[in-house]
Design a protein around this ligand. Structure first.
Ligand code: HEC
Ligand code: HEC
Ligand code: HEC
Length: 360
């Protein structure tokens, strides 16, 4: 009996040993013959389409296991995600204010409208898709894959988008500031302009920064020396003249007033000490040596920047990512010497210095 079963098993193995290479040969022959039509204009057979969608849905679900979701009900995240969506996603997916580009709609599979994606996918799954993209479709991965913070901003917005009408969408995603020069028109959606500050506390104020610092930062983004899936594509699209133009425009603006978030006043005293004196025992020089009004034009001013932006940038330098630009190579080792409380204190202090008259 047992011998017979072993014999049957042996036949199965032998059969497969013949069939598998034969199937592989047929597959190669079909591909080689050119019979299979790869035209995007023809669509897939229904069964192929079902199979691909089935595989994609399960792959996303499996890979999204274990992703922990931060609080997404957060106006600063939603605002930043909205402005990026309009630049980076709406051309393919469309938005409440505009249909998708007709060329993008000829992709196979076509990029779906995203109004229903919030209910089709969990937040973790949306995060996984936007961060990693989807192979063999046109869905691209996030350009700076380590910037999970930026991907969450887009996911936070995807949840809100289905509830926005045409005007609601335009108001949040396509902000314009009157009087901005042409080269800076697209920047205003995030950075403001004139006497208007950025709306999101995750976006730095460019007003009154030295133009040399602004131009260097844009060149760093364009060359990938400073990593951001939001700013790298923006900067890569600017010519050298446009970089000069926007840097001159923003550096000539007065620093706008900003209502301090409250962290500021509570912690300002400790932060002020750090700014003026540094931390001798940890080898941290006074921040103002490089960030005060009189410092070199290569360095950013910190006065009036949102505390949340400052703290987030300092915290990112603490994760052991290699510094790629000369500016980051100077700043990252100093940031690593600060602890969490020192970061909050000093960020709060600088945020409190809003308005043009109050910087040291
Ligand atoms: C070049 C075109 C293109 C761009 C740009 C693009 N996508 Fe996609 N996206 C696609 C395509 C094509 C698919 C369909 C993939 C599939 O069905 O397997 C897709 C799928 C998706 C899905 C899954 C939708 C669903 O319900 O199945 C989400 C979510 C998504 N994209 C979000 C985004 C976001 C957010 C951005 C901007 C950061 C973006 N996409 C940029 C082409 C694009
Ligand atoms: C979709 C939103 C968005 C748009 C549009 C945008 N930016 Fe930004 N920008 C950001 C964010 C977010 C950062 C912070 C990046 C980081 O995390 O390092 C930033 C950083 C910068 C910095 C570095 C400032 C600093 O203090 O370190 C410069 C310079 C800059 N942007 C210039 C521009 C210019 C010029 C344009 C228009 C041509 C523009 N940005 C358009 C969101 C945007
Ligand atoms: C030796 C000079 C030097 C000192 C001292 C210094 N920094 Fe910096 N810092 C820099 C440089 C250079 C950059 C620009 C990095 C880049 O390329 O984006 C920077 C950038 C920053 C940024 C990002 C600003 C922006 O707009 O994106 C923060 C926040 C910051 N520094 C905080 C501090 C704090 C807090 C201290 C004091 C504890 C300090 N720095 C001391 C040189 C210095």
């Amino acid at each position: 009996m047992r011998a017979q079963r072993r014999f049957r098993g042996g036949r199965l193995v032998a059969g497969m040993a013949v069939a598998l290479p034969a199937l592989a040969c047929i597959a190669v022959l079909v591909a080689w013959s050119g019979i299979y039509n790869v035209a995007a204009s023809r669509g897939h057979f229904a069964v192929v389409e079902w199979f691909l969608a089935f595989g994609m849905r399960h792959s996303v679900a499996t890979h999204a296991v274990g992703i922990s979701v931060p609080r997404l009900d957060d106006a600063a995240l939603v605002q930043l995600g909205a402005a990026h969506f309009d630049r980076g996603c709406a051309e393919c997916h469309g938005s409440p204010a505009s249909p998708a580009d007709p060329i993008a709609q000829q992709m196979l599979p076509p990029p779906p409208g995203l109004a229903k994606s919030g209910s089709r996918w969990t937040e973790a799954e949306l995060f996984w898709i936007v961060r990693n993209g989807i192979k063999y479709t046109g869905m691209p991965a996030w350009p700076a894959i380590e910037r999970a913070d930026e991907v969450w901003a887009v996911v936070a917005f995807l949840h809100v988008m289905p509830r926005l009408g045409r005007d609601g969408y335009a108001a949040i995603a396509r902000r314009r500031v009157a009087g901005t020069p042409t080269a800076a028109e697209g920047c205003a959606a995030c950075h403001g302009g004139g006497d208007e500050p950025p709306r999101s506390s995750l976006v730095p104020t460019l007003h009154a920064q030295p133009s040399k610092f602004l131009a260097t930062a844009l060149q760093d983004f364009a060359a990938g020396r400073r990593r951001s899936g939001i700013m790298q594509p923006v900067a890569a699209g600017l010519s050298l003249e446009a970089i000069d133009g926007v840097a001159t425009y923003y550096s000539g603006l007065a620093r706008p007033g900003r209502r301090p978030s409250g962290v500021a006043t509570a912690r300002a005293a400790n932060g002020r000490k750090l700014a003026f004196e540094g931390l001798n025992e940890k080898g941290v020089p006074p921040c103002l040596a490089c960030h005060g009004e009189q410092a070199l034009p290569d360095y950013p001013r910190l006065a009036g920047q949102p505390a949340r932006y400052l703290a987030a940038r300092l915290q990112r330098w603490q994760q052991d990512v290699p510094a790629r630009s000369p500016g980051e190579a100077l700043m990252a080792p100093l940031a690593r010497r600060l602890d969490a409380t020192e970061i909050d204190d000093v960020a709060g202090y600088f945020e409190g210095l809003a308005g043009s008259g109050s910087q040291p």
